[in-house]
Write a protein that binds this ligand. Structure first.
Ligand SMILES: Cc1ncc(C[n+]2csc(CCOP(=O)(O)OP(=O)(O)O)c2C)c(N)n1
Ligand SMILES: [Mg+2]
Length: 931
């Protein structure tokens, strides 16, 4: 890989911006301005002929000197300091495979305008070492030592001078804390040996198995241990971690201390995952949690989230989990007790957009976790793809600059430097509550996995890697030479590690032999030790009592319709929220959808269940219906009535999310897992946009219980309904949700009344089990007069998975049964009334599509024995909606042929023209009665 400074820049981009900047310095961003200022300072000597020097592709233009060579020595010295701070990292010796460090012309004496005589002059800078006088050559050496050694720090992009200077001071005064004594050196050596031997052991004992070895990137273990070791000092009690495949087994064994016997057992050929239900997952995806003791008597809980293959998908989930843990520990003010830690691969970090989405969450009121420590295992390759093909940015970490995170690039083969930056990063996070990045430059000893041949694509690189010595050997030589450790001690560390591995393997083999000789026995609880698996009661259709008392109803309504004295509510809102709601309560109805929702939230809060609702514009609601936050019309002070129900109530947290689906749903899902007693809801602006979060639905929500035994009761509110709003504002793609349904993994509902919605939400908490709940929520029904509920629907009712026809037709007269779900019910009802069809047709609503209550459906349809036709009516095109999911089930359950009334198959979810929509809608409703 060409890691030289000049080779990495995007020449065209720099040239273009440079031209713009030269014409008008205001025309480019602050970063570019800083760069070009520095750059011109550094190009004091214009190249001969005034042309750009011959350079590798993507070289910065080395032209147009600023005349700095002719400036005073004082100016050049200030430029020197500035240059090393801004550009020094480009010259740092980061790549363990490179024979020489990169050469940055801008940092050369020539470019800086220093002659040989200047080097012996005594100089000083107001901005360096408090103006201390020193020889110029010493100053250059000192700056080079700070900025161009094995740590390359980027921090000058931090706009806040206080934060920037904090980093600067730490870097420039680090010589003190760089010194390490023998126990620390030995400890590092032990960690390296353990990491290497673990991989080597698996390699020889389990040949042909994928394990995504860490080999070449063992520096990660040093960084993780350093973070852990610093936890007591900073009061960190828990680390919530996420990481992908690379080195995961090593981290499980050597950082989380998952017993080797469990890991080896998972490698055995006959291993069937007794410890997880469902279908389980491959071993390098499993979650784990443990408690470690960086100091006597100090516990640090480490939670490693289960992880799908989808790179970086776990990032938002870890953030949500961390925030939930912060709440559980009462750490919501400072967020310093729970540390989120994400380990990334270099290619994924820059490649996956969710990384940027998660950075964007980092400082938002509803989503902040007080800063994340990011560690990149930068093996300078992604599968077979090299950086030049996988990113347009110079570093894979450049995305982190969007939140002005300091970035510490470090040579992974300098374990002491790795340790330093890890300590530094932890302290930064604890001090400022902001994200920080450690970019560990390393290499990958084998192919992408151990069955993959790397020389097919990178023959020269892998030849040199093959010849590269083990890090433990390089480090051992260094510290033995320093006299800190003896060769005998090094040998002892190796033999102890090997003995530990051998003992564990012998134990596993003996146990397997013993088991193969015995009759099969029930799952052993021991295998669950430390796993993140949670077992729960099976799904049940048994009714749950979710009704509330009239007194509770009154208490909630009182709170919803009262504002503090002097709070000036907009007159229009006063009418909608206060006067109208009071009247509805006095009259016993009609309660609309938003009122029903407020009653669900309010009643849960009064029962001590906190509620978190997050989504785009969720405070008001996309359709202006929720209005959960009131604003004083003059001061814009906020008032949230649901937080003023009573003294013992739980908290209602409602957040307008950033404009992201993937990261925000991932976050709320993670939150729901680690705060299972909370009602946690994520709302899409329109259901149509939920596909931006499809990875979270596929990889986590629908499958986590089966793969990892990790339940969640996340509620997804997806506005859905065909109302002429076109292809992108009609469908939450329920067919996709339904296709994912099996093994009672989640509940999918298409609900038609406020009370049904109320009971479905309350059931989510009152159930014994935790299951995700997807609700197709209404749009026009929010205000449809027919789609309302009465007081007794809340106080004396429950959730009905299937609703029989409320007009109670005379069963003997029913000739046709129309089955439907969601909003189309009201269209069908209107048609029946308008055409005086009366008892001839019964309309049955399936409010919960999955798990389908088959018995109930049978019972409801059974009395309509005389019916000659059973119709499924839906407003979605035939290849969408629930038809394909239900068609064969309904035929089976009802032992009859089901006819289809709905839109024809379509490539796009809905028609763009309102007229066409109306025609189609009228036709499908008519079809339901006439086919
Ligand atoms: C979203 C996603 N796309 C593609 C893949 C397939 N894949 C697995 S690992 C990998 C390369 C990852 O490179 P990097 O992030 O640098 O991690 P490394 O394996 O080098 O540690 C790819 C493309 C995946 N797992 N997830
Ligand atoms: Mg990589």
């Amino acid at each position: 890989m060409n890691s030289s400074f000049t080779a990495r820049w995007n020449e065209a981009l720099i040239d273009d911006n440079y031209e713009l900047w030269r014409k008008d310095p205001q025309s480019v961003g602050a970063d570019w301005t800083a760069f070009f200022e520095g750059f011109e300072l550094g190009c004091a000597n214009p190249p001969k002929n005034g042309a750009a020097p011959a350079a590798e592709p993507a070289a910065p233009p080395m032209s147009a000197g600023t005349g700095i060579a002719n400036s005073s020595l004082e100016t050049r010295v200030e430029a020197l300091v500035y240059f090393f701070r801004t550009l020094g990292h480009f010259e740092a010796k980061l790549d363990p495979l490179a024979e020489t460090g990169p050469n940055v012309p801008a940092l050369s004496n020539e470019e800086l305008g220093f002659s040989a005589e200047d080097l012996d002059k005594t100089v000083s800078s107001r901005f360096f070492r408090d103006g201390k006088s020193m020889k110029l050559r010493d100053m250059i050496a000192e700056l080079r030592g700070i900025y161009c050694d094995t740590i390359g720090a980027e921090f000058m992009h931090i706009q806040n001078p206080m934060i920037r200077n904090w980093v600067l001071e730490k870097l420039e005064n680090r010589s003190d804390w760089a010194k390490r004594d023998a126990p620390i050196q030995k400890d590092i050596l032990r960690k390296l040996v353990k990491a290497e031997e673990f991989e080597r052991f698996l390699h020889t004992k389990y040949q042909g198995n994928k394990r995504f070895s860490l080999e070449g990137g063992e520096g990660l273990m040093v960084a993780l241990e350093a973070v852990l070791k610093n936890c007591p000092k900073h009061g960190i009690k828990e680390i919530v971690m996420g990481m992908a495949h690379r080195g995961r087994l090593n981290v499980l064994a050597n950082f989380l201390h998952k017993p080797l016997t469990l890991i080896f057992n998972e490698f055995s050929e006959n291993y069937v995952p007794k410890s997880v239900g469902g279908s389980g997952d491959v071993k390098y995806h499993l979650g784990y949690q443990s408690v470690r003791h960086p100091e006597d008597g100090y516990d640090v809980g480490i939670h490693l989230a289960a992880n799908p293959s989808h790179l970086e998908a776990v990032d938002p989930v870890v953030q949500g989990k961390a925030r939930a843990r912060q709440r559980v520990l009462g750490d919501t003010a400072e967020r310093k007790q729970v540390l989120p830690l994400l380990v990334h691969g270099d290619a994924a970090f820059i490649g996956q957009g969710v990384v940027a989405e998660v950075f964007n969450l980092s400082q938002l009121p509803g989503y902040s976790t007080g800063g994340t420590v990011h560690i990149v295992v930068n093996n300078q390759i992604g599968f077979t793809t090299l950086p030049k093909d996988s990113r347009s940015s110079h570093y894979c970490t450049d995305i982190a600059k969007m939140v002005e995170a300091p970035i510490f690039h470090v040579n992974g083969e300098d374990p002491l430097a790795v340790l330093q930056v890890a300590e530094f990063a932890t302290e930064f996070r604890q001090t400022f509550g902001r994200d920080v990045v450690i970019d560990i430059y390393c290499y990958r000893r084998h192919g992408h996995n151990e069955l993959d041949e790397p020389t097919f694509t990178q023959p020269t690189l892998y030849k040199s890697i093959g010849a590269h010595r083990l890090l433990s050997e390089i480090f051992a030589d260094e510290i033995v030479a320093l006299g800190e450790v003896t060769s005998a001690e090094v040998a002892q560390i190796k033999s102890d590690t090997l003995a530990e591995l051998e003992t564990a393997l012998a134990e596993v083999k003996a146990k397997q032999k013993e088991e193969s000789e015995k009759a099969p026995v029930a799952a052993e609880k021991k295998e669950l030790a430390g796993s993140t698996a949670i077992f729960q009661a099976p799904y049940s259709h048994e009714p749950i009592n979710t009704a509330i008392s009239a007194a509770t109803l009154e208490q909630i309504v009182n709170a919803l319709t009262t504002v503090p004295d002097g709070f000036r509510v907009l007159p229009k809102l006063k009418r909608i929220l206060i006067e109208r709601r009071k009247k509805v309560w006095q009259d016993g109805g009609p309660y609309d959808w938003a009122f029903g929702e407020a009653l669900a939230f309010g009643s849960l809060l009064l029962e001590g269940t906190p509620v978190r609702l997050s989504g785009q514009d969720s405070r008001r609601g996309t359709f202006s219906h929720r209005l959960s936050v009131m604003y004083d019309e003059q001061t814009r002070d906020r008032y949230i009535p649901l937080n003023h129900l009573g003294p013992d109530q739980a908290k209602f947290c409602v957040y307008n999310s950033p404009l992201s689906e993937y990261a925000v749903l991932g976050f709320d899902y993670g939150y729901s897992m680690d705060y299972p007693s909370m009602l946690c809801l994520w709302e899409a602006q329109f259901g149509d946009f939920v596909n931006g979060a499809q990875i979270i639905i596929d990889q986590f929500i629908s499958s986590a219980e089966s793969k990892w035994q990790r339940p969640s009761s996340i509620v997804m509110l997806l506005p859905h309904g065909y109302e002429g709003q076109g292809p992108e504002h009609s469908s939450a793609r329920m067919e996709r949700m339904l296709q994912l349904c099996a093994e009672e993994n989640m509940q999918v509902c298409n609900i038609t009344t406020p009370a049904q919605y109320f009971h479905a939400l309350r059931r989510q908490i009152h159930n014994e089990y935790r299951k995700p709940l997807v609700i197709m929520t209404p749009k026009s029904l929010l205000r449809l007069e027919a789609a309302v509920s009465k007081a007794e629907d809340f106080t004396n009712s429950r959730f009905y998975e299937i609703l029989d026809d409320p007009s109670k037709p005379d069963a003997k007269k029913v000739e046709r049964v129309i089955l439907c779900s969601g909003k189309v019910y009201y269209d069908l009802e209107a048609y029946r009334a308008a055409n005086n069809i009366g008892d001839k047709v019964a309309i049955v609503r399936i409010e919960q599509l999955y798990p389908l209550h088959e018995e109930k459906l049978k019972r409801i349809v059974a009395p309509y024995k005389k019916a000659k036709s059973v119709i499924w009516c839906q407003e979605e095109p035939q290849n969408m909606g629930s038809w394909f999911f239900l068609a064969y089930r309904l035929a089976d359950i009802l032992s009859t042929t089901i006819k289809y009334a709905g839109r024809r198959p379509a490539a796009s979810p809905a028609a763009g023209s309102t007229a066409m929509h109306k025609q189609q809608q009228a036709a499908l409703v008519k079809d339901a009665f006439t086919l």
